[in-house]
Design a protein around this ligand. Structure first.
Ligand code: MV4
Length: 503
């Protein structure tokens, strides 16, 4: 039985995992880099160990160091979170070889799904729909021309070692084919050390819909319905929701069945996600499988009532999943907004720095998974996500209204955040009507960019009030030239306070 878990991660996901461990009376071990001495996950764990300099390659990706901490601390299991070593088969293998439990799938399942061409082949054999395309590795330009003509244009060239949009090329006509192929290969080689590429038919305006699956070591596999993840910017998810606005009971049953078949085909163990593209005719195609707990898992937890981390730990202990497929149902609607320390008005540039003030929304149907606190400095070295705001509503409309209310309540100063941009998404007709696909942000660019930073508005308003007051005061005292910016005056403090609590 697992008694002590080492969390090989940082930030919000480390805190989220530790929370469930506490509820299960499992002790926790945090690891931290030089940039994370004051990070919340370090304070929240029972023990914490320093593992190296700020760059991930020297800390959170240092397998030897992490295993050494596991040994010293007496941890009996390792949870990798997402990112970092979570989909590294070598790490999973080394953890097991060290006599520890890896809270996740087997190294073989990670390897199979990490290679996109292998994954496609396994899915075809398992009867899962894949995008029409090549089954063999492309080797010469004659073969390339032949298969491209078979598939037809437009098509996509993808790196077998890629995924998540890395090393992808859209080819609209045969004229671009050979040069795109050569560029894709050299890009893949430099990015992944592997120039294997394959071709898929291009799906024009797809939805990105993924299914959460859970599999135990006794052969039980269930799915926990879908997540609609089409609101993305540069292959980064921005908003996720469940259920998908385009889902029907029949489509859900068939996609769910294939998601379970996909997991079974690699003897999957633990929590995983099967990603699909869905076209405007409701045809769906397997895209890839993520062999980790995902950022957006809380929306699934919200509509199913299942704590996915608790199930991961039970499965790792060799127990069966707590429920069967028939026990699961969808209750209401959940939406997640990812709050980033970035400036939407400046091309979404990361905005690291010290958080001067943070007030998080509360109330009915609200969850925030975060880790920053007042005075915390967001490091430049890692992903700039500050927190995830998850809301629930009985209906989709109620969830959107609640998301607008809570985004307005959310106050963060000291760093720029994506909150104004997220508020705008919640007001975009394509979003409110549930009529969007992966082109949503591009299609609504002009509307989305008209952000009004409420923080800034309130600050300006408070400053104007303050200036008028100041001017009146001067006039009352008979000083006609009294209009001046009250630098560092109490009005500046007033303006800041106003801005924080104004809704
Ligand atoms: C595609 C596609 C259209 N057709 N494959 C992007 C991320 C990676 N997981 C796969 N991606 C895509 N693959 C075919 N055959 C369109 C995308 C795509 C996309 C997919 C999901 C969410 C957002 C996207 C944005 C642009 C392109």
């Amino acid at each position: 039985m697992i008694q002590k878990v080492l969390v090989a991660n940082r930030g919000e996901i480390a805190v989220r995992i530790i929370r469930t461990c506490r509820e299960m009376d499992i002790a926790t071990v945090a690891v931290y880099s030089a940039a994370d001495r004051k990070s919340m996950h370090v304070r929240y764990a029972n023990e914490a160990y320093f593992i190296g300099p700020a760059p991930s390659a020297e800390s959170y990706l240092n397998i030897d160091k992490i295993l050494e901490v596991a040994r010293i601390s007496g941890a009996d299991a390792i949870h990798p979170g997402y990112g970092f070593l979570s989909e590294n088969a070598e790490f999973a293998k080394r953890v097991t070889e060290a006599g520890l439990i890896f809270i996740g799938p087997t190294p073989d399942a990670i390897t199979s799904m990490g290679d996109k061409m292998t994954a496609r082949r396994i899915m075809i054999d398992a009867g899962v729909n894949v995008v029409p395309g090549t089954k063999e590795k492309l080797t010469d330009t004659d073969q390339l021309l032949r298969v491209a003509t078979e598939i037809g244009f437009p098509l996509m060239i993808k790196a077998s070692s890629g995924g998540g949009g890395k090393g992808m090329r859209l080819v609209r006509s045969s004229q671009e084919l050979v040069s795109s192929y050569q560029m894709a290969r050299s890009e893949a080689l430099s990015a992944f050390g592997d120039d294997t590429v394959y071709i898929e038919k291009y799906i024009e305006s797809p939805h990105h819909i993924e299914f959460q699956v859970l599999a135990d070591t006794l052969g039980n596999v269930v799915h926990l319905f879908e997540r609609e993840c089409s609101v993305q910017r540069r292959h980064q998810k921005v908003v996720e929701e469940t259920p998908s606005p385009i889902m029907t009971p029949q489509l859900r049953a068939e996609m769910g069945r294939q998601a379970v078949a996909a997991a079974r085909s690699v003897n999957y163990v633990g929590a995983g996600t099967v990603e699909f593209l869905v076209d405007d005719q409701q045809n769906f195609y397997f895209l890839e499988m993520n062999t980790r707990l995902q950022v957006e898992h809380p929306i699934t937890e919200r509509i199913t009532g299942v704590d996915l981390v608790r199930q991961q730990i039970k499965i790792a202990n060799g127990f069966p999943i707590d429920f069967s497929q028939d026990d699961l149902s969808i209750s209401g609607h959940a939406i997640e907004c990812r709050i980033y320390a970035e400036d939407p008005e400046n091309n979404f540039m990361p905005s690291p720095g010290i958080v001067k003030h943070i007030t998080e929304p509360l109330g009915f149907g609200v969850r925030t998974d975060g880790y920053v606190y007042e005075g915390y400095e967001i490091p430049i070295y890692y992903d700039p996500m500050i927190s995830k705001l998850i809301v629930w509503g009985q209906t989709r409309d109620e969830a959107i209204q609640r998301m607008k209310r809570t985004l307005n309540e959310y106050k963060i100063t000291g760093v720029k955040t994506s909150i104004p941009f997220l508020k705008r998404i919640m007001e975009t007709p394509d979003f409110t009507q549930g009529a969007y696909n992966t082109h949503f942000i591009a299609n609504n660019e002009a509307f989305l960019m008209q952000t009004t930073d409420c923080n800034r508005d309130c600050e300006n308003m408070a400053m104007i009030v303050a200036l008028i007051d100041y001017q009146n005061e001067k006039l009352r005292k008979g000083n006609k030239h009294g209009v001046a910016t009250p630098k560092n005056s109490r009005w500046n403090d007033f303006a800041k306070r106003e801005n924080l609590f104004r809704l």
